[in-house]
Design a protein around this ligand. Structure first.
Ligand code: ZN
Length: 192
């Protein structure tokens, strides 16, 4: 059965045509056997890799908020993350950690991972991605504080440009008590 698409989903036929032209510009022959289906594959792949633009937080969280009396820090770490840098449209990938101190509301664990994906599946810079995840968790939980740390490797640095294979970028965003209270922030960092 064919899935019904969002109105704003990208036009895959049109993207495929652009990829076909790109292949020609790169000196390739889009008619050769190995490339015949490539433009449409690329179009579908790009649609998937940017689907975060077409998701909204209410549907992503889907009501998975639960009451809880705990006022302790909740941390989910090693959340796999794949995104694409907006400067080169090359992947960056790594792991995210999210911590928050709830004020009566907690999110289902899988929803934290889905929030990461929703923002990662767009053209991004790591700094903004980190920030957007932190704000989304804050907004959805009404937490006392939120901290997000992302460690990622950028293919635009590894396979082109400075060609540094092992450099990893770390970004963090802290909100609420994670920002104002040094002890809270230290507890978060020490648990990562
Ligand atoms: Zn880049």
């Amino acid at each position: 059965m064919k899935k019904r698409k969002n109105d704003n989903s990208p036009n895959e036929e049109r993207i495929a045509e652009l990829v076909r032209q790109l292949l020609v510009e790169l000196g390739e022959d889009p008619a050769r056997e190995g490339l015949v289906k490539t433009p449409l594959r690329v179009a579908k792949s790009l649609a998937f890799l940017t689907r975060g633009y077409r998701q909204d937080i209410v549907k992503v969280v889907n009501g998975a908020k639960f009451s809880s009396d705990t006022n302790h820090m909740v941390i989910l770490k090693d959340i796999e993350l794949y995104s694409m840098c907006e400067h080169h449209m090359l992947p960056f990938y790594g792991k995210a950690a999210i911590g928050y101190i709830s004020q009566g509301k907690v999110l289902g664990v899988s929803k934290l991972a889905r929030i990461v994906d929703m923002f990662a599946r767009r053209l991004q810079i790591q700094e903004r991605l980190t920030d957007q995840i932190a704000h989304a968790v804050m907004d959805e939980t009404g937490a006392e504080g939120v901290g997000v740390v992302i460690k990622a490797k950028h293919l635009c640095m590894m396979m082109r440009g400075v060609e540094k294979q092992n450099s990893e970028m770390t970004t963090s965003a802290v909100l609420g008590s994670f920002r104002t209270d040094v002890k809270v922030r230290q507890e978060f960092m020490s648990l990562l």
